[in-house]
Ligand binder design. Structure first.
Ligand code: ZN
Ligand code: ZN
Length: 360
C-alpha cells in the first residue's frame, strides 16, 4: 500500500529556501512512500532553534571578519526539533506503526564511520542530520530513515517535548561532559536565557546545588536563582574572580557557556580552577586568544559540545519523565509562520522558544 493510499492525500508541503538568506516558502511535494526501514510521519510540532537562523544565513561568524560558510545541499527544509505521528512504514519496520506519536532524533549519521560506530552519530563525518543535511520538520510530513530514531514520549506533553531533541539534548550532553562534581566544586552557567535556563533546571533536577548563574540581565539572574542557581552575578562585576572565590568556597570546576563569544570565553577560562572544564555551547561567534601556558599549568580542558548522541536523548527522555522536568517558556505558532519565526529569532524578538504547530 502506498503512503498516498494510506493517507488519502497525495501531496505535502515543505517550507524551504532555495538559497542562503532567501525566502522560506512552501513547496508542494508528492508524499513519499517509505521503503525498507524508513518511517513517514505527519509533523505535529517543530521547534525553531537559533541554529536555524545560522543555517538560513549560511555561515557562522568566526571573528576578525572571517566566516565559516556552510555547504549543505539546497533547497533546505529546516527544523530539527520534531514530534510527529507515524502514518506509514517501510516493509522492514517492525517496531513502529501508524498512529504512534514519537519524538525524532535528528542527528543521524552514515552508520559506517568511526564516530557512528561508537554511537556518536551527531559527530558523523558525512552527516544526514534532519533539518540540516536532509529535509526537516518545517513541513507537513517528514521521512526518518530508521525507526530506531523514534522515541516514545508518552507521559510528556508533546507540545513541549519537541525541544528535547536539540535545546534539551545540547544542554544535557554539555552537563554530562563535566560530571561528576565533588562537594566543594562549582559549575558556572554563562547566559541564563533559553538554553541556560534549561541547563539550570536539569542541574536542579539532578540535585546539583553548587551552581552559579552569570548574565548581564538582572531579570535573568533572578530567574537563574529561581531555577536553582545558588548565586548569580553580573559579568561586569569588578574583580569578579575574587567575588566568586569569596562567595563560593571551593573551586569552579566547570563553565557551561551558552553565549559563546570572546568575552564569555575569557570570563569562563578566568573563573576555572585547576583541572577545570570549559564547555562552549553557544554560537555567537568570534575567536579565542588565551595564554597557552595557563591552559597547561592549570590543566584546563576546552570541550566543544555539539548536540548529543541517540543514547543521550533516550536518557534525557527517561530523565524528563522521571523528574517531571519543567518546560521552558514556549510560544506556539502555526506552521505557516515558519519564515516569520526565523526572522523574529534573528532580530531577538522571541522571548522563549517558538514551536510550529503543523495542525496535525
Ligand atoms: Zn537546534
Ligand atoms: Zn558516520
Amino acid at each position: 500500500m502506498t503512503a498516498e493510499q494510506q493517507n488519502g492525500v497525495s501531496d505535502s508541503r515543505r517550507f524551504e529556501f532555495q538559497e542562503f538568506g532567501g525566502p522560506i516558502a512552501p513547496q508542494s511535494y508528492e508524499l513519499p512512500a517509505p521503503a525498507g526501514n524508513e518511517v513517514l510521519l505527519k509533523v505535529n510540532y517543530c521547534g525553531v532553534c537559533h541554529s536555524d537562523v545560522h543555517l538560513h544565513d549560511g555561515y557562522f561568524e568566526l571573528g576578525g571578519d572571517k566566516r565559516l560558510n556552510f555547504a549543505m545541499p539546497l533547497p533546505l527544509t529546516l527544523g530539527h526539533e520534531v514530534i510527529g505521528t507515524v502514518v506509514a512504514v517501510g516493509d522492514q519496520v517492525t517496531d513502529a506503526k501508524p498512529g504512534d506519536q514519537r519524538l525524532i532524533y535528528p542527528w543521524i549519521g552514515c552508520g559506517k564511520c568511526g564516530a557512528c560506530q561508537k554511537g556518536e552519530e551527531n559527530l558523523c563525518v558525512t552527516p544526514a542530520h534532519l533539518g540540516v543535511n536532509k529535509p526537516g520538520g518545517y513541513a507537513d510530513h517528514i521521512v526518518v530513515p530508521h525507526s530506531r530514531y523514534l522515541l516514545d514520549i508518552s507521559g510528556l506533553n508533546p507540545g513541549d517535548a519537541a525541544t528535547l531533541a536539540c535545546s534539551g539534548l545540547t544542554t544535557f550532553s554539555a552537563i554530562n561532559k563535566v560530571l561528576p562534581l565533588a562537594d566543594d566544586q562549582w559549575i558556572v552557567v554563562i547566559g541564563c536565557g533559553g538554553l541556560g535556563q534549561m541547563a539550570l533546571r536539569i542541574l536542579q533536577a539532578m540535585g546539583i546545588g553548587n551552581v552559579i548563574g552569570i548574565d548581564l540581565s538582572e531579570e535573568k539572574r533572578k530567574l537563574a536563582q529561581e531555577s536553582g542557581a545558588r548565586h548569580s552575578f553580573d559579568p561586569n562585576t569588578p574583580k569578579l574572580n575574587r567575588v566568586v572565590a569569596e562567595t563560593c568556597p571551593g573551586t569552579v570546576q566547570a563553565a557551561l557557556d551558552f553565549v559563546g563569544n570572546e568575552q564569555t570565553a575569557q570570563l569562563a577560562l578566568g573563573l576555572l580552577g585547576k583541572g577545570g572544564k570549559y564547555v562552549p555551547v553557544g554560537l555567537h561567534g568570534g575567536e579565542l586568544r588565551y595564554p597557552l601556558p595557563v591552559i597547561t599549568n592549570k590543566a584546563v580542558s576546552i570541550i566543544g559540545s555539539y548536540v548529543g548522541t541517540l543514547k543521550e536523548l533516550e536518557d534525557l527522555v527517561a530523565f524528563a519523565k522521571a523528574k517531571n522536568l519543567p518546560p521552558i517558556h514556549i510560544e506556539h505558532r502555526p506552521l505557516e509562520g515558519a519564515a516569520q519565526a526565523v526572522a523574529d529569532l534573528e532580530k531577538g524578538q522571541v522571548a522563549g522558544r517558538v514551536i510550529l504547530d503543523a495542525g496535525n
